[in-house]
Design a protein around this ligand. Structure first.
Ligand SMILES: [Zn+2]
Length: 319
């Protein structure tokens, strides 16, 4: 890489740092950014510097083991996390780690990121994982993302923050911006009192758009055989003992499954055509099982009846 190109990348890293700081994604000196310059050279942010006020020559260069090669300041202590991600994903060049408040709130609550709410999330982020908590800085902490990072570029770090990967600096940063905006919208909608979801057939339509946009998705390479796209997650099965369960954002399918006392599995909905007449509207207010037949409790009616009882009790006591 020419000195000119490297300088431009340094300027861009400072610019991304400014955006992270201005958005409130990194208080004080929080957050760090990396970019793979070559096979064994990674440009990264220094420790104990606000990401909002970096200059190009504040940045460090390290090797893939984290050893500092150049830079007047010491590299960020969280670089082992970035290196673990970059080693696992040779197709990615850049990582952004920070503590964006709305996404971090989900990481603190260990609330899985719900699917089938906003179409852009399905296309630009796909599955989002939560990795287990570990004390930041060491290799043990870096290794917490390894089970997930092959299948997603957006990971919430439990009780900590986020890491996003991209083909370049802006791509990695955008995923941070997208996940935090999504989490903000979810929290606002929850305050309004109702979150509506679309169904598996609509999710499959979105996932099938991704190859045309050049965006990979682990579920496509697996043939969408896990057709329970809205209710299930790649990361709820087969990733060891740490599997956060949704408590706040529950797709109607999950409520159905709980009511039926088990998980749904194969449901023949990968194309959507065989479920004509049971499109997204079926998932809006009333619930349906994987075969399209009405099943499980009508949760809205249940909530309404409880609300009515509470209101009438309140009104009664006020008289
Ligand atoms: Zn951190």
């Amino acid at each position: 890489m020419s000195a000119m190109n490297e300088w431009k990348l340094r300027e861009m890293m400072c610019e991304i740092g400014r955006r992270i700081y201005d958005k409130g994604f990194a208080a004080a000196n929080d957050g760090n950014i990396s970019y793979r310059l070559s096979e064994d050279r990674v440009l990264c942010t220094p420790t104990r510097v606000s990401k909002g006020f970096m200059k190009p020559d504040d940045l460090c260069i390290i090797d893939m083991e984290g050893k500092q090669i150049s830079g007047k300041r010491k590299r960020s202590s969280e670089m082992l996390l970035h290196l673990a991600a970059l080693k696992a994903r040779p197709d990615m060049r850049s990582c952004v780690h920070c503590h964006p408040p709305h996404a971090t709130a989900f990481a603190v609550a260990k609330e899985p990121i719900p699917k089938c709410v906003l179409p852009e999330i399905e296309v630009f982020l796909g599955e989002v994982a939560i990795s287990p908590y570990e004390t930041p800085g060491g290799q043990k902490f870096a290794d917490t993302i390894l089970p997930y990072v092959k299948d997603t570029e957006t990971i919430l770090l439990a009780n900590h923050g986020t890491i996003t990967l991209g083909v370049d600096l802006e791509d990695a940063y955008f995923k941070t911006e997208i996940i935090d905006a999504y989490c903000r919208i979810l929290l606002l909608a929850k305050q309004l009192g109702r979150v509506n979801y679309y169904g598996d057939d609509k999710a499959a339509e979105l996932i099938k758009l991704k190859p045309g946009l050049g965006i990979p998705d682990a579920r496509l390479t697996r043939g969408l055989e896990n057709c329970d796209l809205c209710g299930n997650s790649l990361f709820r099965e087969g990733y060891g003992s740490f599997s956060p369960e949704p408590k706040v954002f529950l797709h109607p399918k999950l409520i159905d499954q709980a009511a039926q006392g088990g998980e749904t599995s194969a449901c023949g909905c990968s194309t959507g055509e065989d479920r004509a007449g049971n499109g997204s509207s079926a998932h809006g207010r009333t619930s349906s099982n994987g075969n399209g037949a009405p099943a499980g409790p009508n949760v809205d009616a249940l909530v309404q009846s409880i609300t009515d009882q509470v209101m009438s009790a309140l009104n009664g006591s006020a008289k």
